[in-house]
Design a protein around this ligand. Structure first.
Ligand code: GDP
Length: 298
């Protein structure tokens, strides 16, 4: 592990320096609460959530002398409490295929996440079909084919610029004929023209419902955790244009200020099905609220 001084975490900053080996105590007073709020806001938690977290941790403890370990524990407990209800894996349905629509802005990690999901489901013994529904981005289609090859999963494509709904329909037909367990459908992420995107997604949903009126069974919104508070507005937008049923948070490796996950959980309560922790095929993990809270407050 790195020496403490090299990584002044949230607590290090609260205590004025990297948390030393010897126990440092501070009185829980208004000044400390304000500092904590600022640190949590700087970690992308958003004002409302930061205030709630600090208020809850302070309740009944004002004026007490607390060690840095105790402060960390109290904070982590409050954060985990918010995160626990949303830490839920993607529900599986006894449907063939179970249709998973994947939405999100370009660059959020949709393609990569679909590749990782396909690989996980394959490893669990399920048969998977991918539809490269972002027909306007040749690069996305190529990338999906690479992921599909790696995961050993067929990727259905259509010529550049063709109708994604007709591809989705064909993919649905193929997945039904093959008796596939899952159909993962990539979609476009051009938010510049929201109306177009909304119509495109609505049309995809309409045509797959011709084949199974209960589809899509999941609509996953992929969000890049490094975009901080932007993730909140993306949820707002996508909930207006699609029936988002759960989130995948990508790029939680590296230096992402994951505090936005707490704000998301607090504001929307949408389940977080998985987190992306790298660019490789196995870098998709279940969301663990306690581990997350410990890392955020470390
Ligand atoms: P899309 O445009 O939404 O399909 O996004 P891509 O799947 O192409 O991902 C955009 C970039 O983010 C690529 O360079 C990916 O390798 C990278 N990426 C995706 N998920 C993760 C993740 O969990 N961690 C890291 N570090 N990079 C990721």
């Amino acid at each position: 592990p790195q020496p403490e001084a090299a990584r002044p975490g949230l607590l290090g900053r609260l205590m004025g320096r990297a948390v030393p080996q010897t126990v440092v105590r501070r009185t829980l007073d208004d000044e400390m609460l304000e500092q904590l709020e600022e640190l949590l806001i700087a970690a992308d938690m958003g004002v409302d959530t930061a205030l709630r977290v600090t208020a809850n941790m302070a309740e009944g403890r004002m004026g007490r002398r607390l060690s840095s370990d105790e402060i960390k524990q109290l904070l982590a407990t409050e954060i985990a409490r918010i995160m626990e209800p949303v830490a839920r894996p993607m529900p599986l349905f006894p449907k063939r295929p179970q249709v998973v629509l994947v939405v999100g802005v370009n660059g959020s990690g949709k393609t990569t996440t679909i590749g990782k999901l396909a690989s996980q489901f394959r490893a669990a013994g399920k048969s998977v079909v991918i539809a490269a529904g972002d027909t306007f981005r040749a690069a996305a289609v190529e990338q999906l084919q690479v992921w599909g090859d790696r995961a050993g999963v067929p990727v259905l494509t259509a010529p550049e610029g063709s109708d994604p709904a007709s591809l989705a329909f064909d993919a649905m037909t193929r997945a039904q004929e093959d008796g596939a367990d899952l159909l993962l459908i990539d979609t476009a992420g051009r938010l510049q023209n929201r109306q177009d995107l909304m119509e495109e997604l609505a049309k995809i949903v309409r045509v797959i419902r011709k084949k199974d009126e209960t589809a899509p069974h999941n609509t996953l919104l992929v969000l890049d955790a490094t975009t901080g508070q932007n993730a909140l507005s993306q949820v707002d937008i996508f909930r207006k244009i699609a029936d988002v049923s759960g989130l995948v948070m990508t790029k939680l490796d590296g230096t992402a200020k994951g505090g936005v996950l707490v704000a998301l959980a607090d504001r929307f309560g949408l389940p977080i099905h998985a987190i992306g922790v790298g660019e490789q095929i196995d870098d998709l993990a279940p969301f663990d609220p306690e581990e997350f809270a410990a890392a955020l407050t470390g």
